[in-house]
Design a binder for this molecule. Structure first.
Ligand code: LLP
Length: 416
């Protein structure tokens, strides 16, 4: 459920008509709904209420400071994968003690920065990383809290580019090697073993692969306890899917409740979730205007002012996202269009074969664009990145201004 609804054939974000946002801030423009973000966060938090837990929102899904601020105010922690993301969390007022640091290539500098801030945990992905973390912690005379990201070899049954829990993927440590590596970590002078984590992929639409992974992690926790290594938390990663089209993923509360239920035998083990998409995807739309309609023999094209540089998911993963008119026009004929952008690439499309009743100048909203939309955008074709607006009831906040022309070459130099 989200807060983007039609009122008398006009699409609103909460109490604000999207036409007003387009005329005020221009297009392309990302529009987010605060109430939707809060609703999704609470779905996880409420379902986990009976068990010690922490929701660490995956910053990569949408890292705008205002979004992080909204979540920090709800008490959210953060899953980060770079120093840049950690700096954003701090700039937004997030609590470093609620930050877990994932990612396969943490540099010594990143480790140092995170250690000095006192983050909750390093989610370690290899033996080499464990060794480096020990050295960095020792050089600072600090103790680094660690979790081992285990790769449980579970097929998440999702797009191959966003599947991460198979042996063939670069992520995590083979679960069969985990005990040995935990013993190594436990023996290290400047590491403290605090948890275990996994993340098997993104846009999962069934609960079962999550539960299969969880069972493998719990069995590992039992074996570690037998070796005298007791963990304080279990981090089940992110990955819960959303409905883009016909998918029927479990509701976050249903998913979280199923996980909590499995943890009954472990009342002291804090449960960590790292949701990104499930919180943000349906809390945002990409607002765009039709520049031209170009009829053709084989295809009709609706050429809009947003492109693959603004939203790359359709081009990169063949992702399907709904494209809807901002003002429904019942008197117009519907035609089938490929909705394409101005970028000089055949792959520059936002949607294919969409039935739309539109004319030049109309506004369209690409739905489910709140996660992995703006964060994956670029300046390709020297296009300034879009504005971002957060709607809160009847109020709009410009949370990122549209890039200026001079932003395009900031830091560049002509020759002396
Ligand atoms: N935790 C870790 C360690 C991750 O690698 C990810 C996502 C998450 C949490 C959050 O996963 P989520 O709840 O959002 O599924 N760009 C792709 C998605 C890539 C996800 C990468 N890792 C897309 O647009 O579909």
């Amino acid at each position: 459920m989200d807060h983007f609804n039609y009122r008398e054939q006009q699409l609103f974000a909460e109490d604000v008509p999207l036409t007003d946002i387009a005329s005020h801030y221009g297009t392309p423009c990302y529009v987010y709904s605060r109430a939707t973000i809060e609703r999704h966060y609470h779905a996880f938090a409420d379902a986990a209420k009976g068990h010690p837990h922490l929701i660490c929102y995956a910053v990569k899904a949408n890292s705008n400071l205002a979004i992080l601020d909204v979540l920090a105010r709800l008490g959210s922690g953060f899953d980060i994968v770079s120093e840049g993301e950690l700096r954003r969390v701090i700039a937004a007022g997030g609590d470093p003690k609620k930050v877990v640091f994932s990612g396969v290539a943490k540099t010594a500098d990143e480790m140092r920065y995170a250690l000095q801030l006192g983050i909750k945990c390093f989610n370690v992905e290899s033996e080499a990383e464990l060794m480096r973390l020990q050295q960095v912690a020792q050089s600072l005379d600090q103790v680094a809290p660690v979790s081992i990201r285990v790769n449980p070899d579970i097929d998440a049954k999702t797009h191959p580019y966003i599947s991460t829990g198979l042996k063939a993927n670069k992520f995590g440590i083979d679960i069969n090697d985990a005990e040995r590596i935990y013993q190594q970590a436990a023996a290290a002078s400047h590491l403290q073993v605090v948890g275990v984590d996994c993340h098997i992929g993104s846009q999962l639409t069934e609960t079962q692969p999550f539960l299969d992974a969880l069972d493998k992690l719990l069995a590992l926790i039992d074996r570690l306890a037998g070796l005298g290594i007791r963990l304080q938390h279990i981090d089940v990663g992110g990955g819960l899917g959303v409905r883009y089209q016909e998918e029927t993923p479990p509701h976050p509360s249903e998913y979280a409740a199923a996980v909590v239920e499995r943890l009954q035998r472990y009342p002291e083990l804090t449960l960590i979730f790292e949701p990104g998409r499930a919180i943000m995807a349906n809390a945002g739309v990409l607002l765009t205007r039709v520049e031209y309609l170009k009829p053709g023999q084989e295809k009709n094209f609706a050429i809009v002012d947003a492109a693959m540089n603004d939203l790359i998911r359709p081009a990169l993963y063949s992702a399907w996202q709904a494209i809807v008119p901002v003002q429904q026009q019942s008197d117009r004929a519907t035609q089938r269009y490929d909705v394409v952008g101005p970028v000089c690439e055949t792959g520059d499309f936002l949607g294919k074969d969409r039935d739309l009743a539109i004319a030049e100048g109309d506004l369209l909203a690409v739905r489910s664009a709140g996660a992995y939309g703006f964060t994956m955008s670029s300046n390709y074709n020297s296009r300034p990145r879009a504005a971002e607006v957060l709607v809160d009831g009847g109020n709009c906040h410009l949370i990122r201004q549209r890039e200026l022309w001079q932003d395009l070459w900031r830091g560049e130099q002509t020759l002396p």
